[in-house]
Write a protein of this length. Structure first.
Length: 249
């Protein structure tokens, strides 16, 4: 019965927080697995690997692996820092001449990126509910890479250089969690804003964590990603289904 209450709450939060879908939005899948180790009550280290798809689940979008360290000086505040290696499938790109004819076509290609982040998270508990605010600075670096493209004007393939580029983002996430008495399922909802000198992206998420044992946590969520002005990741508006597993030593 308590598990049913959690599912009902998650559905209600989804109706309140997730905006209406836009025609033409695509869908994707996020699957992750991680491990975590505590060192006393204040320190912990974790690692996670993740796979993402796009284009209505048909196209592999990203593989990643990362490590994160966390320090909790007091119960309601924590500091963390981490590094993630990203291996991305960058989408194809087509340019046109002034008369509307094709100019160049660059097929999709795989390339690496490096990401570091530092986060500050504060939380407060009210009864069975927990509310938190996380502020995260994130820097992503994409190394220079040579790819191929087709030149329609000259009817030939040619090498082209994708220049190195870095990007700073401030990610602000507000989350609400419900610890249901006597239940191993904890629903949650959050909204996250991505700012890179201007609001570039918003993510709305509703989900639940299931802890059948102390060491094991399974996560299921739905996320809607609304892109406003993102010229670095070049991601579309996206409906995302997420599945996760974490093992805690």
């Amino acid at each position: 019965m308590d598990r049913c209450k959690g599912i009902i709450l998650a559905a209600a939060l989804a109706a309140l927080t997730v905006p209406a879908a836009v025609a033409g939005d695509k869908a994707g899948l996020n699957v992750s697995a991680g491990v975590e180790k505590d060192f006393g009550k204040k320190w912990s280290v974790s690692a996670e690997t993740e796979f993402r798809s796009r284009n209505n689940f048909r196209t592999a979008d990203r593989w990643s692996i990362g490590i994160n360290g966390e320090y909790k000086p007091v119960k309601y505040f924590k500091i963390s820092a981490g590094y993630t290696f990203l291996y991305d499938n960058f989408p194809e790109k087509i340019t046109y001449n002034d008369d509307g004819d094709y100019n160049n076509w660059r097929p999709s290609y795989w390339g690496s990126r490096h990401r570091v982040n530092v986060s500050l998270t504060g939380s407060v508990t009210a009864g069975r509910f927990k509310f938190s605010l996380r502020e995260r600075w994130q820097y992503t670096y994409r190394p220079e890479q040579t790819t191929t493209r087709y030149d329609f004007d000259n009817a030939k393939w040619e090498d082209t250089r994708v220049r190195a580029k870095g990007n700073n983002v401030l990610r602000s996430r507000i989350r609400a969690e419900w610890n249901i008495r006597g239940s191993k399922v904890d629903p949650y909802a959050d909204v996250e804003f991505f700012n890179s000198w201007a609001l570039s992206k918003i993510r709305y998420t509703v989900g639940a964590e299931w802890k059948p044992r102390k060491q094991h946590t399974f996560t299921l969520f739905y996320r809607y990603q609304q892109v406003n002005n993102d010229d670095f990741d070049n991601e579309p508006n996206l409906h995302i289904i997420g599945l996760g597993y974490n093992f805690k030593f």
